[in-house]
Design a protein around this ligand. Structure first.
Ligand code: C6P
Length: 404
């Protein structure tokens, strides 16, 4: 049963006020809020068994190691990876993508082609541009339509025997579009290219099954799905992760260190140099447990109601233009009102207690495509309510009156 009142009680931050108004938190795509169940797990680690992992024979270290490796198994089960060692714990999506981009430096040759989409976050653009600079590979872009849908026909024409890698986000952070990653992966595999899917925005809404998708790499951040910041994961097929070199050198990622030669640890440790974010990793597992306790189907159905309601209310306001009207969307609405700068709307909404994100959302190519400086982005989570959307609409009308 989806008991919204009880769910909201799990999130202490929802009790607070901002500028004397009750907080309405609609910046969930930037980072989601954290329930007591996750906060308690972090506090419990520091209160009761704070210790380094994989290193000590002592009890605390073993308890911490068990909890951390338990979280890795939770992540494995959630994404249905075949093995726990296919889950690399990272500091987040950006770190995960950089591990792969760095790893392909010695593999790519001049003239090889990489494909990204027109609606990527900078994290899924810049590391590949840097890789192209290092290797002489060429980046191609799948264009999108005015409604924010990828042009799959063009994608098919971009694929060739030169294509080595394809990178697409599962869900666009600025538009909410859910991309047809099944088809993207199948088409890429048909010509022998590997695929990395950026799941940062999908993971809070959609449970991805990496084996069913047959995806080569899938990455996400815990802080988008009720977990803490500074932790995330890289899923990679065992054979590919074994083929790639380590990203960083240091403790934990070695088998043997001699001045003459060092050998590397097996997966997953080869990619996990140094002391990780231990409490964060454990809390990542707790966050997935929490969300699975509610159920991803339940979450998606309720968020769709919020999205439909907000879209309808916004469209009823004169001068509102919504960016991103794909048939399949997560609960994100990006919009502008006439020529008003999004920052001005965001500032007034904040004065009225409403948190939205304004600007280019680290997706400047999307803003260039629409020839706008940015948008106002309201992004919803399962703990938001229709009453909160009413409050945003009322506040927005007030902002428009003040600014026009
Ligand atoms: N998008 C947003 O407000 P990190 O910062 O590494 O946890 O995630 C980066 C990232 C990668 N891909 C996508 C699709 C994303 O949305 C994000 C993070 C936030 O939209 C913060 S910029």
């Amino acid at each position: 049963m989806f008991d919204l009142n009880n769910i909201r009680k799990d999130f202490p931050i929802l009790e607070r006020t901002v500028n004397g108004q009750p907080l309405v938190y609609f910046d969930n795509a930037a980072t989601s809020q954290t329930p007591n169940q996750v906060i308690d797990v972090i506090a419990d680690y520091y209160r009761n068994y704070n210790s380094n992992i994989h290193r000590g024979v002592h009890t605390l270290s073993q308890e911490a190691t068990d909890a951390y490796e338990g979280a890795r198994k939770t992540v494995q089960n959630h994404f249905n990876a075949a093995h726990p060692h296919e889950i690399i714990m990272t500091s987040g999506t950006t770190h995960s993508i950089n591990i792969i981009a760095s790893g392909y430096t010695q593999i790519l040759r001049e003239g090889d082609e990489l494909i990204i989409s027109a609606m990527e976050h900078h994290s899924n653009i810049v590391p590949w541009q840097m890789l192209c600079e290092r290797t002489g590979a060429v980046l191609k872009v799948i264009p999108m339509s005015q409604t924010g849908v990828l042009e799959m026909d063009v994608y098919k024409t971009l694929l060739s025997e030169k294509t080595k890698l394809v990178f697409v986000n599962h869900v666009s952070n600025a538009l909410g579009t859910v991309n047809p990653i099944d088809e993207i992966i199948k088409e890429a595999h048909a010509i022998g290219a590997k695929v990395l899917i950026d799941g940062a925005q999908a993971a809070p809404h959609i449970k991805a099954d990496v084996q069913a998708l047959d995806v080569d790499f899938y990455v996400t951040s815990a802080h988008k799905l009720c977990g803490p910041t500074g932790v995330g994961m890289l899923y990679g097929k065992e054979s590919l992760l074994n083929m790639l070199p380590p990203y960083q050198g240091g403790g934990e990622m070695i088998a043997e260190v001699r001045f003459e030669k060092t050998t590397y640890a097996d997966l997953p440790h080869k990619f996990e140099a140094g002391t990780p974010n231990i409490a964060g990793g454990i809390a990542f597992g707790a966050a997935l447990d929490y969300m699975n306790g509610i159920g991803f189907d339940t979450i998606a159905a309720y968020e769709q109601e919020l999205l439909d309601y907000a879209t309808e209310q916004l469209k009823a306001i004169d001068g509102v233009r919504i960016y991103g009207e794909a048939p399949q969307k997560t609960a994100v609405v990006s919009f502008n009102v006439n020529e008003i700068h999004p920052y001005d709307i965001g500032s007034i909404l904040d004065k009225l207690g409403i948190a939205v994100r304004t600007g280019h959302h680290c997706a400047q190519p999307i803003m260039d495509f629409y020839k706008i400086p940015g948008t106002v982005r309201a992004s919803f989570s399962f703990y938001n309510t229709k009453e909160e959307i009413d409050m945003m609409i009322k506040a927005l009308k007030r902002a428009i009156q003040m600014l026009e």
